[in-house]
Design a protein around this ligand. Structure first.
Ligand SMILES: [Zn+2]
Length: 97
């Protein structure tokens, strides 16, 4: 839908969705199909708003990457707790191949 997402929408979680390798690589993300699914889920107005947002990139100096890092570290932490891990490193060390 928004190829190579610009940083204005890079961390919009609604725009991060799984896709099979075939659609993602061989069919370059099936943009028309993907957009239609996003419109069905979020409305045409919302999808158009994200597309407009993506056209207005935010300069790196205006991005609060530190806050984004803290936010996702906390989210990861909350996902790991039920499995008995506190950090991603701990999980990797505890994982048996
Ligand atoms: Zn597919």
């Amino acid at each position: 839908m928004i190829p190579g997402r610009s940083n204005g929408v890079l961390f919009k979680e609604e725009l991060v969705n799984p896709q099979c390798v075939r659609c993602n690589e061989m069919f370059h993300g099936q943009p028309k199909k993907y957009r239609a699914a996003m419109v069905a889920k979020y409305s045409n107005e919302q999808v158009e708003a994200w597309e407009q947002e993506a056209k207005q990139p935010i300069h790196d100096r205006d991005m609060d990457y530190e806050a984004i890092k803290i936010k996702y570290r906390e989210k990861l932490h909350l996902l790991l707790i039920p499995f008995g891990y506190n950090t991603y490193q701990e999980m990797l060390q505890g994982h048996q191949y």
